[in-house]
Design a protein around this ligand. Sequence first.
Ligand SMILES: [Zn+2]
Length: 132
Amino acid sequence: MESLASLFDAVQSDCDRAVWSRGVELARGESVQVESRDRREIVLRVVGKAGRVAPQVTLHLADEAWECSCASVDDPCEHVAAAVIALRREKKTGAALPDQAERMGRLVYLLRDQGGALVLERAVEFDGKRTP
Ligand SMILES: [Zn+2]
């Protein structure tokens, strides 16, 4: 996977140093989880503090491009940095990153209109079932 190495370099060289070191911190432990991966694209979740929504990072291997769902002004942000750091570690050590789908359900937020008021519902989606 040559493309992962070049993506790593691209993220690192574009990354602010302080942001990168936050990424290193995040990449420790099991906070980076894989949602899906194929040859062109890897989707990961960076799980932070409990109760917070885990930002979703998408890495486009072929284009050396990345996206993150967080609101950070940093590009790349610490989540993207954490994702490439964790993936590189995985490749070096051979220890696979935790697969999110196997570990836990997905947290989903549903916004709906109830008599003119917006209601936010939080649910855990697991195995296709939603539990509020
Ligand atoms: Zn982010």
